[in-house]
Design a protein around this ligand. Structure first.
Ligand code: GLA
Length: 371
C-alpha cells in the first residue's frame, strides 16, 4: 500500500455488559477489537472521494458537493454519511482516494458500521492535517448512523470504535461521556465471541422501535418523577411506579433498570477478579434481553443456552443490537477448544446454522500510521 499516504483504522467492538441502555443514559462496558475497518488514503486533487474495497470489485465516487445524495447506496453509504457530517461540522475535506479493508464481519453485532464511519472520518481529518479529537469523531460518526443510515443508535459503538484501549474495557457513562478504563483481567478465563450467523439488520430488527418505546416510557414516568433519563430510575422508584406503565413498556423499563444495576455490579466484579459473579451477570443480562427487552430470537437463545450448559462456561449472552449477531461467553481458558466444539455441534443440531468463532484481541480504537 506504498502508494497511499496514511493507513487509518478504527475498531469493531464487543460489549461486556450494558445492552440497550446507552440511549437511556446508562453506563456500558464495551471494548475495542483487533477486528477493524482500515482506510488507506491519499489526496487526489479533485473534488471527489473515490472509494474502493480490498474485498469487492465495486468502485464508488462521491462528489463532495452533494454528499447528502448518496444515502441508501449499497456500498459507500456509511462513508458518505460520515464525510457529510464531518463537513457539516465545519471541517475541511480534501478530495481523496480511499481503499477500504474491513475485517469486522458485517451484520454480526460487532459494529462494522461504526468502524467504517469512525475510520472514514479519522482518515479525512488525518489527510487534512487536523489534530484528532476522538470524542468529536465518535459523535459525528454517531450522527451519520442516525441521520444518514437511519438507525437511531446510542453512542456506545462509535465511542468504543474511536476511543478503545488495548487490553482495557471502557466503563462509559453515556449521559456525560465520562469514561474510565479498566484492565480486562479475567484470570483463568477467556472471552469467546461466537456468531450465530443469522443475518440481522438493526433497522429491520426493530431497534428504532425499542428506542421509541423507552422514550415513551420516559415521558410517562416524568409525569410522576423528576428524572432526565431512564438510567436515573432506581429499582425502588421502578417498583412504585411500574403499575402505571402499559405491560410492554413495563418490561422494557425493567430491562433498563436491572441492566444498569448489572453494569454497576459487573464493574465491581471485574475490579475484584470475581469471575463467577461476572458470569452470572452475563446470564442474567441475556435472560433480560430475551424476556423483557425481547431482542434475542431463536438462534441467539440457542447459542447462549448451549454455552450456558457447559460447566467451563461461567456465563454467556447476546451482545449488540440483537435479533442475531454474536454472543460472548466467559470460558475457562484451558477448556476453550472443547467448549467451541460442543457449542458448534449443539447449535447446529438445534438451528441448522454453523456458528463461527472469532480469534481477536482487545485493541486500541483509532490507529494511524504514516506510510
Ligand atoms: C447497537 C447500537 C448501540 C447500542 C446497542 C445495544 O449496537 O448501535 O448504540 O444501543 O445496539 O446496546
Amino acid at each position: 500500500m506504498k502508494e497511499y499516504n496514511y493507513r487509518v483504522s478504527a475498531a469493531g467492538r464487543i460489549n461486556i455488559i450494558g445492552e440497550h441502555v446507552d440511549y437511556c443514559g446508562g453506563k456500558v462496558m464495551p471494548a475495542a477489537l483487533s477486528l477493524k475497518n482500515t482506510v488507506y488514503i491519499r489526496p487526489n486533487g479533485t473534488n471527489q472521494i473515490n472509494l474502493s474495497w480490498t474485498t469487492l470489485p465495486d468502485k464508488v465516487t462521491l462528489d463532495m458537493d452533494k454528499l447528502e445524495s448518496y444515502s441508501g447506496l449499497k456500498y459507500g453509504n456509511y462513508q458518505a454519511g460520515a464525510a457529510l457530517m464531518w463537513q457539516r461540522a465545519g471541517h475541511k475535506l480534501l478530495g481523496c482516494d480511499m481503499l477500504q479493508d474491513c475485517t469486522v464481519p458485517f451484520g454480526s453485532g460487532l459494529s462494522s458500521s461504526a468502524a467504517i464511519e469512525v475510520s472514514t472520518i479519522a482518515a479525512l481529518a488525518t489527510l487534512a492535517g487536523e489534530p484528532l479529537d476522538k470524542v468529536e469523531i465518535a459523535l459525528k460518526a454517531q450522527q451519520a448512523e442516525r441521520e444518514y443510515a437511519g438507525v437511531n443508535c446510542g453512542i456506545m459503538d462509535q465511542y468504543a470504535s474511536a476511543c478503545g484501549k488495548k487490553d482495557s474495557v471502557m466503563l462509559l457513562d453515556c449521559n456525560t461521556l465520562e469514561c474510565e478504563y479498566l484492565p480486562l483481567t479475567l484470570g483463568d478465563y477467556s472471552l469467546v465471541i461466537t456468531n450465530c450467523k443469522k443475518p440481522h439488520n438493526l433497522i429491520e430488527s426493530k431497534y428504532n422501535e425499542r428506542r421509541e418505546e423507552t422514550d415513551r416510557a420516559l415521558n410517562m414516568l416524568r409525569q410522576r418523577l423528576d428524572i432526565g433519563s431512564l438510567s436515573e430510575l432506581s429499582m425502588a422508584q421502578y417498583k412504585t411506579c411500574s403499575a402505571s406503565l402499559p405491560p410492554v413498556l413495563r418490561k422494557r423499563v425493567e430491562h433498563v433498570v436491572t441492566e444498569c444495576e448489572r453494569v454497576r455490579v459487573a464493574a465491581l466484579a471485574l475490579r475484584a477478579g470475581k469471575m463467577e459473579m461476572l458470569g452470572r451477570l452475563l446470564n442474567l443480562s441475556h435472560a433480560s434481553l430475551r424476556d423483557n427487552y425481547e431482542v434475542t430470537g431463536k438462534e441467539p437463545d440457542a447459542l447462549a443456552e448451549a454455552a450456558q450448559t457447559q460447566s467451563c462456561c461461567l456465563g454467556s449472552r447476546l451482545i449488540g443490537g440483537g435479533f442475531g449477531g454474536c454472543t460472548i461467553s466467559l470460558v475457562k481458558t484451558k477448556s476453550v477448544d472443547e467448549f467451541k466444539e460442543f457449542v458448534y455441534n449443539t447449535y447446529l443440531k438445534v438451528t441448522g446454522y454453523r456458528a463461527e468463532f472469532y480469534d481477536t484481541e482487545i485493541s486500541d480504537g483509532i490507529e494511524i500510521e504514516k506510510l
